[in-house]
Structure formats: structure tokens, C-alpha cells
Design a protein around this ligand. Sequence first.
Ligand SMILES: C[S@@+](CC[C@H](N)C(=O)[O-])C[C@H]1O[C@@H](n2cnc3c(N)ncnc32)[C@H](O)[C@@H]1O
Length: 421
Amino acid sequence: MFEGRIQDLSDDGLGVLESEGGRVYVPFAYPGDVVRVKKIKRRFGRRIARDFELVEESPLRQAPRCPHFGTCGGCLWQGLRYGEQLRLKSEIFERITGLTAEIKGSPKIWGFRNVSNFIVTNGGIGLKEYGNPLGAVDLQECLIFSKRTPEYLRALRDFLEETGLKPWNLKDKTGDLHYLQVREGKFTGEVMMNLIAHVKPSVEVLEALRDYFSFADSLYWSLKRDERNDPRGEAELVAGKPYIRERVEDIIYLIHPNSFFQTNSYALPLLLKAVEGFTDGERVLDLYSGVGTFGVWLARRGFNVEGVELNPFAVEMANRNAELNGVNAKFQVGRAEDTGIGNYDTVIVDPPRKGLKEAAELLVRSGVERAVYVSCNPKAFKLDYQNHLKSAYRVENAVLIDMFPHTPHVEAVIGLEKKGT
Ligand SMILES: C[S@@+](CC[C@H](N)C(=O)[O-])C[C@H]1O[C@@H](n2cnc3c(N)ncnc32)[C@H](O)[C@@H]1O
């Protein structure tokens, strides 16, 4: 029998129930809840609750605002009060890394996301169902993204009806249209719509597209040649401007379908200021620089910045961003693992989820006085630090920025200084 009080949260934000029948992980349940688990499944050696009855509510709870809460994979923690979300994020970070860190909340916790990737399936148009790779939630709204979500989704549904294009079938992996990606410049009001499809659009389809999405400042059709569930294809401009702009305090960033941009425009200044706070000297290397988010901001503050990034497209964007903002920053294509880390005062690293791995040794051997490690995955940071960085660097301080309200994720900025200086 799986029944009892949730005592704790797992590192990935699931309620942990220690019951007579053993340990069960309960999504959408929080410490203090008393639950009765009705159905379980096994995943990667864990027992995960598929369905549960809430017998007694935790005092940490708040009523979720979204009608799709509990099935949608977007917001695991929407039933938790925001102050508790922040407290639990820093507790989990400390448990994983051993570091105590101040956490800064997002200035806005509704409508903060500047991008949404709506999956277009024959079972529904919206976001993936939690824990069900073959399910999609038929969304009417998305409160963490935009008030305009119903308008965007209505346009898409009308467009599909008129053109007869087939939504993607998650089981058979067939269909015409797979994703609608929408991006908003929160501080400029500009909107980009990008349809990701497995077919080239006919003249009639393009005409309908321009009609139904006439509100978009930038309209793309992206041809997708693989069956994976990710919103990427070869983007072609159909109407409007090739980029939309986002303003983050005194910096303008260009946004394009093919480049990553930090997803929370309101919390981004906190992230940038945390990175700036750990940056010292004159010469700065921005490793894994993406579209130059950190580099351009720091160059505006007088640092002399060079950036290295694997994706040539992002590098082009970063150099455009530097030019647009009239700052002294140069970005080039390269692998972090092959980058000679020479005469810099501070190196910023913002690796993908897997962490630095071999690139950590380059940093250790570089002799650079200061490093700023930006991490969306505390486990990867811990491994990089324990296995490599620790031999040369000590942790000066760490700050957490909540870029992802209502989820268990958090962004960490960790200042490292060379030992023995
Ligand atoms: C978490 S994103 C950070 C982007 C940027 N700092 C920002 O805030 O927008 C990680 C970036 O690392 C790049 N990347 C992945 N592997 C890399 C490697 N081996 N060498 C250099 N860049 C890499 C990715 O293309 C991506 O742009």
C-alpha cells in the first residue's frame, strides 16, 4: 500500500513518499501532503506515481492557476507557494553541491517566458503531457508564457482547418506540421511565429499562413527532416523581419528561430548582474557564448570581451549583437575543448547540461585568476568541480537566479578564484 505523508523532494522535484510498500516518487505532490497512490509505473529503477489522491494538503500549497496543471509537463511546482519554491530550490542546490547560496526570485512569475514550443499533434495542440511521451495536452492558455496564447493557438487551429495540413502523430511518427514556436520580445512587444513542418509549403499554404498570422512581426516556415520531437528545422522567412528584438535594460538582443536565447526576459538582468559581479580585470573570455548574452552586456560595461561558441549561426548573431549595441566584443566559432585559454583576467563558462568535462582541465591549466561558472545543472557543476576545478580554484560565492518559476530548475552563478592568490 502506497500511502502516507510526503517528507521530501527528489533532486528532480518529485514528492518522495516512504510507505509500507517502499519508496514512491509522486509528481505534483509536495512535502507535507498526505497522499494515496492509486497507480504506479517503473522508470529507470524508480517507482513513479501515475495517479494519486490528495488526502491532506500541505501548508506549502497554493491553488494552481492553470487549468492544465497536473497533466501538462510544463509546471511541476505550480501548486507550491512561490516563497517555498525558492526555499526548496536553494535546499536542493545545497544538497547536491554542498554550497549555500542566496536565491533571487524572478521579478515576474506569470507571463515571464519569452518562448513557447507548442507541439502540434492529432491528440492535441499544446505541451507534452507529464510522463507520457505519446501524449500532448490540448492547451487553451499558458499562464507562464503569454496572455496572447489563446490568440496564437486559435490562429493555428484555423490555419490547420483551412489548409487541411495534418498534425503530427506521435505514435506513427507521421504528419505535416510538428511544432508552432512562438517568441515574444517582452520589452519590445515584437512577436515571431515559426511553424516547424515536414513538408514544403505550397503557394496556397503560404498565402493562408500570411493571412492567419498577419499579427506576427516575423513569420517563418522551418522544414524538419527528422522525426525527433524537437522544434528545429531549416528556417525560411515567409513574411516580416528576419529577427525580433528583446531589450534588456540598456542592451538590445536580436532573436532568430535558430538561436538559443535565455527564456526569462524579466529575470535576465539579475543573471547578467550576477555574472558581472564576479567579473574582474579587463580582458574577459566568454566561453560557450551563444548569441553573446553575457559578452555583449559585459562589453557595454567596459570589459574587453572575446567569445567562443560551437554554433556558427549563434556566433554570427553574437557579432551582430555586439555591432548593434556598439560594443567592443568579438566572437568566433570554436570548441571550448580546443580553446587556448591565454591571457585573460576572467573566464566565463556557461556549458550545456552535460557540463565542462574535458574543458575543465584547460581552465585548470590556464592560470586565469577568476572564473565564473554559470550552470543550469548542479550535478554537472559538482562533477566538474570535484574532478577538475577544485585542484586550482576555490568557490568564492554562489548566487542562484530563478529563471524558471513553477519548475524545479534554477540557474546558478558560481564565482571561482585561483587558489593561493
Ligand atoms: C547554455 S547555452 C549558453 C549560451 C549563452 N551563454 C547565453 O546565455 O545565451 C550553451 C552554449 O554552448 C554551446 N556549446 C555546446 N557545446 C560546445 C562546445 N563544445 N564548445 C563551445 N560551445 C559549445 C551551445 O551551442 C550553446 O550556445
